[in-house]
Design a protein around this ligand. Structure first.
Ligand SMILES: [Zn+2]
Ligand SMILES: [Zn+2]
Length: 309
């Protein structure tokens, strides 16, 4: 059986409007009551979207883009207090990152190189999964009306679906502030570990590998929104395009699969490495089914509400 929002008692009649990338057929395909499309169908529908014409249409469409009523309302909720919070987060995270990088370099031993590489790769995979989990949670059951986290953390996700290019107009502070805040506790833990554990190149190498894992995870979590921003940037720097083409970071066309309404797949936005395997096992659908069965509340009610403004 295919899972849709109508499987829950509430909200089954809400329909998602067409996204700027999608054609008329995709609107029918994308409605919440329609069967989920195959990956090939989704990929085919977005393959031609990365053009200046579509980007222009996206920017000036009255139903999407910066002139959309909901997008304007959401953008206006970016407050000076939030801005100050982001500046402190970016400054603190950058300082701790520099300290921990020096500690990792100082304690490196070539005898531990393989363990370091494995730890770093696992850390990047973890960051990609966490990006998908946080994104999925915000898109499905998150709400802008939630106290504290609603306007601070859920609002950017809502703005992004109805104005996907808004992120490209955000500066480095607004783009990276939230993610920097999230990784500060991990950086503090790593710094304390280097402070308290001795002989990290020898007897304490397990702690060193753990620190490499957490450091790589923290770096990629920190960079997730910057990487996401580049995936929406029409002409990113050449070295960024190279990393995208090599699929070391989230490629542009790969991420566009998520931007077809109702935004129910390809949530991972760091490297995107886990999107295909998670789709193959219906991971997000199964998770939504389980939560829907427990709570009785269908996913994406808040997201669809903003999309209809
Ligand atoms: Zn999304
Ligand atoms: Zn996006």
């Amino acid at each position: 059986m295919v899972f849709t929002s109508s499987d829950c008692a509430l909200g089954g009649g809400v329909s998602a409007p067409q996204q700027p990338h999608a054609n008329a057929k995709q609107t029918d395909d994308a409605a919440p009551d329609a069967p989920r499309r195959s990956l090939n169908q989704i990929a085919a529908s977005v393959a031609g979207a990365a053009s200046p014409a579509s980007a222009e249409a996206e920017l000036h469409s009255p139903r999407w883009g910066k002139d959309n009523a909901g997008a304007k309302l959401l953008a206006a909720q970016y407050t000076p207090e939030k801005r100050r919070f982001e500046i402190i987060s970016v400054t603190t995270c950058a300082s701790l990152t520099a300290i921990n990088l020096l500690c990792i370099a100082f304690n490196f031993s070539s005898a531990n190189a393989i363990g370091v590489i494995v730890s770093i790769v696992l850390g990047i995979f973890t960051a990609d999964f966490l990006s998908g989990l946080a994104h999925w949670a915000a898109d499905t059951w998150g709400s802008v009306e939630l106290p504290i986290v609603g306007k601070a953390f859920i609002r950017p996700f809502r703005e992004h679906h109805i104005d996907p290019t808004a992120i490209t107009r955000h500066d480095v502070i607004e783009t990276n502030g939230d993610n920097c805040f999230v990784t500060i506790p991990f950086h503090i833990y790593i710094a304390l570990s280097f402070w308290t554990v001795s002989d990290m190149a020898g007897a304490g190498r397990a702690a060193y590998f753990a620190n490499c894992y957490l450091f790589a995870m923290s770096i990629f979590v920190t960079l997730t929104n910057q990487i996401h921003k580049w995936s929406h940037t029409y002409k990113p720097p050449g070295w960024v395009q190279l990393l995208q083409d090599m699929h070391i970071i989230l490629p542009r066309k790969h991420h566009r699969i998520h931007h077809v309404s109702p935004h129910d797949t390809y949530y991972c936005i760091t490297t995107g490495w886990l999107n295909y395997p998670l789709e193959m096992i219906d991971f997000w659908v199964r998770l939504e089914k389980a939560l829907c069965a427990v709570t009785g509340v269908p996913p994406r009610e808040d997201d669809l509400k903003w999309a209809k403004m």
